[in-house]
Design a protein around this ligand. Sequence first.
Ligand code: NAD
Length: 316
Amino acid sequence: DKRVVLITGCSSGIGLSLAVRLASDPDKTFKVYATMRNLSKKERLLESMKGLHRDTLDILQMDVTDRQSILDARDRIVEKRINILGMDPCQCVPIRIGKCDLSGLMCLSSLFTVCNAGVGLMGPLEVQSLNSMRHILEVNLLGTIQTIQAFLPKMKAQSQGRILVTGSTGGLHGLPFNEVYCASKFAIEGACESLAILLQHFNIHVSLIECGPVNTDFLVNLQKTELGDTSLQQVDTQTLRLYEKYLQHCRSVFQNAAQDTEDIVKVFLDAIQSPSPAFRYFTSTTGAPVTQLKVTEPDESYISAMSKIIFSTEEQ
Ligand code: NAD
């Protein structure tokens, strides 16, 4: 049974690595639709596929903030899924042949939707413009939800489907100077938890792959307030001092503890290959104790623990 996997945000990072791994699977189990907002960025993905078979990979344009582009990408897959099974869409008639339901122009090869596209926003909250905050929520939260919405009716109709979402430990516990990013990732947790409860009844599995720091272009692509930025002139010195410390902490965490995309891809594969996938997967255990504090110690333990970790030499 061919597994059809659509992935968002494949021009770099986790999305690109996952697309390459699945498309180059030795058993050719997967047909991968690697989507990206800007097709002029597809060279990196094609370069990574060099020497590997290419018939398992299609690259499609998809901007998760643009509903029409999501629907267009989805519809391209609907047509092609028929062809994967060697059938001519024109000959589709409302009958069921084995596992193949031709009535809805969809065949029951398993469909996986991986909502991975995301961007960060870093800096003191008081300097963030409404537009930049909106953009983060539009990509991370509404982009994920719109992508799921587009595939949900067919998945429900088939009583089959998998939704995988690249989550973040920043969606499980707060991080200073990342308020809006964390808010977007927290919101995804809520949306996915809510959906998972319902979709159990449709044999559709939702899984969050919770990542800590990963070596990708994330830090380059995020909207970051640089220390020399003029907008910081309006910010008080105490916040600026803490921001400087946070940036140092962030650099050192990414240098010393960031995982490679291959590690993340392994966890995605676990989830994809499991007959009954978990709701949450953690790519690393390093953040777990601090995340647990939040639940087990509802006083301020988590808040002060995180503050110590990030601003260690500061007065608490
Ligand atoms: P990345 O910047 O390399 O990849 C993000 C991808 O999303 C890029 O290819 C970008 O073009 C794409 N994207 C942005 N806006 C889009 C839009 N409107 N439509 C379609 N695609 C869009 O970084 P990454 O680390 O690979 O990020 C992937 C996911 O992992 C994100 O959701 C991110 O929040 C999450 N994550 C990353 C880290 C990390 O440390 N790198 C940690 C936790 C979670």
